[in-house]
Design a protein around this ligand. Structure first.
Ligand SMILES: [Zn+2]
Length: 105
């Protein structure tokens, strides 16, 4: 399944309810799911991790739909590797990936 197909599936399943709840309310649900993922990662609960990753991805998809963002198109930011240093794997200094810091030598 492509990212766009997943986003469309989540739209068909939930968008009417999620759009009615609105961006702010839906974002709070998303953050709650991220918290559940954090707990599953801390416990290294393999069975629960599958479920929590799926939930976070589904809530991210519905948020993108409410915000009218095509996730597959947005993901192309990373198609050529790291958007900062353009390398695969990234050669940026640790934690500089989103800060615009120059690449390490
Ligand atoms: Zn990089």
């Amino acid at each position: 399944m492509h990212i766009r197909e997943f986003q469309k599936l989540i739209e068909d399943t939930y968008l009417e309810k999620d759009a009615t709840r609105g961006l702010a309310g839906t974002f709070m649900w998303f953050v709650e799911e991220v918290g559940e993922l954090s707990r599953a990662l801390k416990r290294d609960d393999r069975a629960n991790l599958h479920e929590e990753f799926a939930d976070v991805f589904a809530w991210l998809a519905t948020l993108a739909s409410i915000a009218k963002i095509d996730l597959e198109e947005a993901s192309r930011k990373y198609a050529a590797g790291c958007p900062k240093c353009r390398a695969i794997p990234c050669r940026c200094r640790e934690n500089s990936r989103f800060a615009g810091a120059p690449a390490a030598p």
